[in-house]
Design a protein around this ligand. Structure first.
Ligand code: UT7
Length: 373
């Protein structure tokens, strides 16, 4: 029987700096009243200068490994879904792999905007279900504050920074990630984008003058699309799992706008009290929003082992999707204690040694032509 992918660990990294609506109202022509009534957002977190998408991701990943009781060397796969990668390449996931010393893991980034965490969970679960790997980390991490135009009131009020991670582990018991759906519609690519920095619009003075290095969004159109697909994906994933809406204890939606979530709940005839919401305190953290909300629901005792949960989201691309999870929690056996500070130190040491060895290797063996001989 093919194993199931259980979610056995979770962690977050939340920047300390809080940016309130009142502060934003001093920066652009907006008000706390407008932002709360149109979005439900009251404040968001902003990464410090030292914090990056990789550093937040590594912190969340180590916290998740601690809960799961796994060592970094046990990890076979790291998927980082992010809308604010550190670079076009290398992948932020590789930087995370190095920072946590996961020396047996393959690591790559997944670009599906705010649906990225859901796509990542689904793909990692498929890898576990085939028996190819046993342990994976899926991370959503963002420093979107560096990509928004702080003079554009249409976007700067929405986004926030943070990271969340899940550890997925193989087990025979039928629980964990039961199924998922992933959908895309590139005809809506222009509705939400960050045009510059890729090969289409390499950075130039002209590009900077046009502000193409900032997030651009047609809010109304994205809203209409989101309200439609949230229900569609939820119904589809429940049907695919052979369940009914009544079987679902929690819906944990992408935290973009309270009105979108309310519209989806109304459309489904699902009680709002069963939708986990924390966007009032974090804003839209894109790929990180679902794990951040989930960890909060675990910590305050709402989400319990045996609960059936739908994670559902949408984003740029356009993309949307959902996964259905029977919540289990950490395995009782094979638990190891890890100390994040110690693990970070060892990973750093390993990384420095590898760099020194690479330099020595080059110094001794010199040019590439020697390899051919
Ligand atoms: O992860 C996916 C990310 N994106 C989203 O989820 C975005 C989805 N869309 C939305 O959340 C909403 O469309 C927004 C919150 C962005 C905007 O809310 P809305 O109710 O769709 O407002 P609107 O765009 O229709 O604008 C209404 C008015 C406009 O003024 P006029 O033309 O009626 O005079 C805007 O210029 O509100 C104005 N406005 C603002 N006023 C105060 C737009 N942004 C602001 C603002 N403060 N920050």
């Amino acid at each position: 029987m093919s194993p199931y992918a259980h979610i056995t660990g979770w962690g977050t990294a939340i920047p300390e700096r809080v940016l309130t609506n009142a502060e934003l109202a001093k920066m652009v022509d907006t008000s706390d009243e407008w932002i709360v009534s149109r979005t439900g957002i009251r404040e968001r977190r902003i990464a410090s200068e030292e914090q990056t998408s990789a550093s937040l991701a590594a912190e969340a990943a180590l916290a998740a490994l601690q809960v799961a009781g796994l060592k970094p060397a046990d990890v076979d796969l790291i998927i980082v879904s992010t809308s604010s990668p550190e670079h076009t390449f290398p992948a932020t996931a590789c930087l995370v792999q190095d920072r946590i010393g996961a020396n047996n893991a393959g690591a790559f980034d997944l670009s599906a905007a705010c649906s990225g965490f859901i796509f990542g969970l689904h793909l990692a679960s498929q890898s576990i279900r085939t028996g190819d790997i046993r342990n994976a980390i899926v991370i959503g991490t963002e420093t979107l504050s560096r990509l928004v135009d702080w003079k554009d009131r249409n976007t700067c009020i929405l986004f926030g920074d943070g990271a969340g991670a899940f550890v997925l582990q193989a087990a025979e018991e039928p629980a964990g990630i039961l199924t998922g759906v992933m959908r895309s519609d590139g005809s809506g690519a222009d509705l939400l984008s960050l045009p510059a920095g890729g090969s289409r619009h390499p950075i130039s003075q002209k590009v900077l003058d046009a502000g193409l290095h900032y997030i651009q969004m047609n809010g109304r159109e994205v809203f209409r699309f989101a309200a439609r697909v949230m229900n569609q994906a939820t119904e589809e994933v429940i049907q695919k799992a052979g369940l009914k809406l009544d079987d679902i204890q929690w819906i944990i939606p992408h935290q973009a706008n309270l009105r979108i979530i309310e519209a989806a709940a109304r459309g489904l005839k699902y009680p709002m009290e069963r939708c986990v919401i924390n966007l009032d305190r974090y804003g839209n953290t894109s790929t990180a929003s679902i794990p951040l909300a989930t960890v909060e629901a675990i910590q305050d005792g709402r989400l319990k082992a045996g609960d059936q949960v739908v994670f559902v989201g949408f984003g740029a691309g356009l993309t949307w999707g959902a996964v259905l999870v029977k919540w289990s929690g950490p395995f009782a056996t094979r638990r190891q204690k890890i100390h994040p500070a110690y693990v970070r130190f060892l990973a750093r040491l390993r990384s420095v040694l590898l760099r020194v060895l690479r330099r020595l290797d080059t110094a001794i063996w010199g040019r590439v032509s020697h390899i051919d001989e």
